[in-house]
Write a protein that binds this ligand. Structure first.
Ligand code: DC
Length: 231
């Protein structure tokens, strides 16, 4: 059967990665979480002390480090899920905390960072059979993707989900802080000069505020089957 590229974009914490992972498992496709790649670069910058007190990043030093920086994925032997690695170290857990979340937007706005990661993402999709989630997958990384989905939900629903996710992982945080972070990231992601978050004209929109996980999972599988049958 012909393999396709599935691009899943949308706001932060709206369940994109859960949907994308489910579809990849269903279709036996590779799953790539591009947010994890931006987060890994942010973790690198935090560890190297590249952020000023006002939250801005030392652009020159980060750009100079980029060519030697390795961000890739290994597959967890137990769950079968990809784990992001920074220079060979599995940093999946470290990149999910509020510290990385609150520093990632300025890093993701740097053209040199976007160019380097976009190039790598395009290589990952060369053989198709891939489900990639992010902000610019259907618009910049794979404008030719056969199936594009733009996912959204209200900020409050998304903050509540992130809050519960962190709690379940034993990393409690205040709901109000998370809501503020979600709103700030929406603003920055949609207003940055390079590859801003926007809906591709040919994307299907899914507002999942009132959907169960099972409903959204089925919705995506149905769209996928339609596309594969039609391609
Ligand atoms: O999906 P996420 O919350 O893990 O993404 C982390 C950050 O990375 C988010 O602020 C937006 C940015 N990002 C991006 O600019 N482009 C992508 N393709 C994926 C994520």
């Amino acid at each position: 059967m012909k393999k396709i590229i599935v691009a899943i974009d949308g706001h932060s914490s709206c369940g994109k990665s859960t949907m994308a992972k489910d579809l990849a498992r269903y279709a036996h496709y590779v799953y790539v979480d591009t947010g994890a790649m931006y987060r890994a670069v942010t973790l690198y910058a935090l560890r190297r002390g590249l952020f000023a007190a006002d939250g801005s990043v030392d652009r020159a030093r980060l750009e100079a480090a980029l060519p030697g920086l390795r961000v890739d994925f290994l597959t967890d032997a137990v769950t079968g899920l990809p784990q992001v690695c920074l220079d060979g170290e599995n940093v999946e857990r470290q990149i999910r905390g509020l510290e990385v979340s609150s520093h990632v937007s300025p890093v993701a706005a740097l053209p040199a960072v976007r160019e380097a990661l976009t190039r790598q993402q395009q290589l990952m999709g060369q053989r198709k059979g891939i489900v990639m989630d992010g902000r610019d997958i259907g618009t910049v990384v794979f404008p030719e993707a056969e199936l594009k989905v733009f996912v959204t939900a209200t900020p409050e629903v998304r903050a509540r989900r992130r809050y519960e996710e962190l709690l379940a992982k034993g990393q409690p945080a205040a709901y109000e802080d998370i809501l503020r972070n979600v709103q700030e990231r929406d603003y920055i992601d949609s207003h940055r000069a390079v590859a801003p978050l926007r809906q591709a004209p040919d994307a299907l929109v899914l507002d999942n505020s009132a959907l169960t996980l099972e409903q959204q999972r089925q919705w995506l599988i149905d769209r996928f089957e339609e596309r594969v049958a039609g391609s």
